[in-house]
Every structure is written in C-alpha cells, then in structure tokens.
Design a protein around this ligand. Structure first.
Ligand SMILES: Nc1ncnc2c1ncn2[C@@H]1O[C@H](COP(=O)(O)OP(=O)(O)OP(=O)(O)O)[C@@H](O)[C@H]1O
Ligand SMILES: [Mg+2]
Length: 264
C-alpha cells in the first residue's frame, strides 16, 4: 500500500475545478491513486465528494484541470467508455429497475458496458457467456441463491451487494463506490465491506476509491484518506496520521469521530 513514485499511478487529477455558475464545487483538487490503494474520500455534506467521483468517472467534465486514468485524459468521456477502459462504479440499478431479477440486473450491467448495448435485453437472455459471467459475479457476492429473485424483494444489505456486484461485472481495474453502506445497519456494514474487499481481491481489482461517511469503516479499511472541505483537499494522509490530527478530525468529521480519534 505504498504511494511512492515507484508505484504505478492509476488515477491522477491535477488542479481539478468544477463550478456551477459562480458556485465552486471543486477547487484545485490534485490527487493520485496508485495500484494497491484503497482511498477513502471523506468530508461533510456538500464538500464535493460525489462531484469528485463524477469527475473521476468521466461523468462530469471539470471546468479546470486534468483527469487521467492510466496516463490518458478521461475528462468528461463518460462512464460507459471509461468502464471499457477498466474503471467502474456502482450504478444503483437496483433502485432504477426494482422488478428485474438479480440475474437480469447483473446481466444488464455487463451488457450495458460492452458493445452490445443496442440489443440489451435479447443479448441478456441469449448470451451463454453473459449468463456464465452473471453466475460468477453472483457467487462472489453471495447472491447465487437469489439469481431469480426480483431485486425489490432483496434485503437492504443484499440490494447494496447487488449494486456493487453490478459494478464488478466487468472485472474493473479500479472501482469507485459512493457510500456503498448507506442505509445499512452498522452491524452489517463491516460484513458488506469485507465481502467487497474480498471480491475486489478475487477479481483482481487494483484500487478502490470509496466515499464513506462511516468513519469506523474509513479507519479500518482505507490505506489513505482524502478529506474534502468546501471543494478543497484539506488533508491527504494515511489513517494513523489522519486520526491523530485533532484539527483535521474536527473539521471533517465533527464530534462523533472526535471520539473515535481519542480512542485511537
Ligand atoms: N448540478 C449542480 N448544480 C449546482 N450545484 C451543484 C450541482 N451538483 C452539486 N452541486 C453542489 O455542489 C456541492 C457539492 O455537492 P456533492 O454532491 O459533491 O457533495 P457531497 O460531498 O457528495 O455531499 P454528501 O455527503 O451530502 O453526499 C453541493 O453544495 C451541491 O449543492
Ligand atoms: Mg455525495
């Protein structure tokens, strides 16, 4: 989990800015994510975390600066093209298509990221390769017994896993997750994170970028923490250095994690 120059950089932003009219959502954000890293993006509501993820996945074109994935400019190229190059994010298909089964949801994720998107539903049904891939992904996420269950009938935790499973469907090199455990009871959050990290290892994912409010999870699973505040990078540190700085902790996470920092 080194960030030394010797480690291959996967994602890099240089002076990225994103403005909406006169409102500055991201301001001169420069960061690097290298192979082997699990980088958490933290910060208060409205800090710019989702905006940054949207820029990193090419969904939003920054108004300033550079975004590179494996050395190539990806500013605004869009998530579909980016997924083909090896970066994927959770889509929340579960919420968009509640009547689709688990198998269909994963299949749509696979097919929608390949060149066969024009004939989406028939290729989902007919393609043996897609079916095999669906079974593989479902197995990794413990959803093999639920393949024919409509996603609306899944538990909250299973819905999250299905969502993340869909992002894994293309075996991405990098995966971005915006609050994968939101809406999950704190007891189940660790289970989901463990499944997720285990699946990432098995799938050969080289780096994970995670937006997460739960600082217990951030402390336990990150190799590095990037803290945003008002669209700026306030800190970019390994967890031990992050949580031992009371000023940073107070600015980013307030009282609840102030408590956590004192315990650390
Ligand atoms: N399309 C938009 N037009 C105008 N302002 C926007 C737009 N999208 C986001 N913003 C603003 O940019 C800021 C950053 O939003 P963003 O969603 O990135 O925050 P966040 O850190 O993900 O917050 P949360 O923790 O609540 O999810 C917010 O103040 C938001 O209102
Ligand atoms: Mg957000």
């Amino acid at each position: 989990m080194s960030t030394s120059a010797a480690t291959a950089t996967l994602i890099e932003t240089v002076g990225v800015g994103k403005s909406y009219g006169s409102f500055v959502a991201l301001d001169a954000v420069s960061l690097r994510v290298a192979e082997g890293e699990m980088v958490s993006i933290v910060g208060p509501n409205g800090a710019g975390k989702t905006t940054l993820v949207n820029v990193l996945t090419g969904l939003l074109k920054p108004t300033a600066g550079l975004v590179r994935f494996k050395g190539q400019d990806i500013a605004g190229i869009g998530p579909v093209k980016l997924a083909k190059r090896g970066m994927a994010r959770a889509f929340q298909l579960v919420h968009i298509f509640p009547a689709m089964t688990v198998a269909e949801t994963i299949a749509v994720a696979i097919v929608s990221q390949t060149d066969r998107s024009l004939d989406l539903f028939s290729s989902v049904r007919a393609d043996a390769g897609v079916r095999r891939k669906v079974a593989e992904v479902a197995e990794i996420f413990g959803l093999a017994a639920k393949l024919d269950t409509e996603s609306r009938l899944l538990s909250q935790g299973e819905k999250k896993l299905l969502d993340i499973a869909s992002a894994f469907a293309l075996v991405p090199e990098v995966i971005l997750l915006d609050e994968p455990t939101s809406g999950i009871s704190s007891g189940d959050k660790h289970g989901i994170m463990k499944t997720l990290i285990d699946a990432a290892k098995r799938a050969g994912v080289k780096a994970i970028i995670l937006v997460e409010h739960d600082m217990d999870l951030v402390a336990e699973y990150s190799s590095r923490i990037v803290a945003l505040q008002g669209g700026k990078v306030l800190a970019d540190r390994v967890p031990s250095e992050f949580f031992s700085d009371p000023e940073i902790v107070a600015a980013i996470v307030g009282k609840r994690v102030g408590k956590l920092a004192r315990e650390a």
